[in-house]
Design a protein around this ligand. Sequence first.
Ligand code: GLP
Length: 239
Amino acid sequence: MKFIKFKNEQESSKYVADLIVKKINHNPKLILGLATGSTPVKLYSLLVENYKTSTHPKTDWSHVKTFNLDEYIGVNYHDAVSYHSFMAKNLFNHVNVNHHNTFFPDPKIDYDELIKENGGIDLQILGIGANGHIGFNEVGSPQHSLTWLVDLVPATIEANAKKYFDGNIDLVPKKALSMGLGSIINAKEIILLAFGASKTEAIKKLKTATKFDINFPASFLVNHKNVTIIVDEGVDVDL
Ligand code: GLP
């Protein structure tokens, strides 16, 4: 696992946005694994900015395919709080991605099979929960799980209530479909982003992890050969 620290969220996100643009220019049929949450918002805005301003070459998303990590259950896709809406608002509506090429876990499809049929994920972007959860793979998630139905733990429900539902826990969906740790590990390359002091403990644990620990889902990354962890100075860890 490689750790890189940048000054702030802007510089970290710029590094990743530039990398993604380079990969798309090199391989117009890039398969991207995408995450939601506040962490990748800046990255998506920089990708939008690049799309609007790039010329020679103009970044072309028309053949790129995207697979999102997770989606709530019991929320209409058009609802503002769905991850479909989040991605549309932050990225998909502003670049020339073909909407038929953007995928989310769905109870009606075998998501892992679909990813495999498309050749697998080239680059997976991840955030991390303060307790080390990845996607919605909470503490106790098995290492080899594929896309599955999960119950959100109270801490995640509370965090999401604060961020997206004006603190109202009753409004937060309690279940989600999430790519499993066993799905994510198949990506050819993984970049995990973590910004701010609230991620310090999780990154400290990840830095010292040597094997998978079911109590710390992010530790599954020790079993992948091409992982980069990108943090900002708010994350108080010596790297
Ligand atoms: C949610 C998402 C995760 C995300 C995590 C951290 O639970 N399902 O994919 O990584 O929150 O969120 P944030 O980036 O807002 O800190």
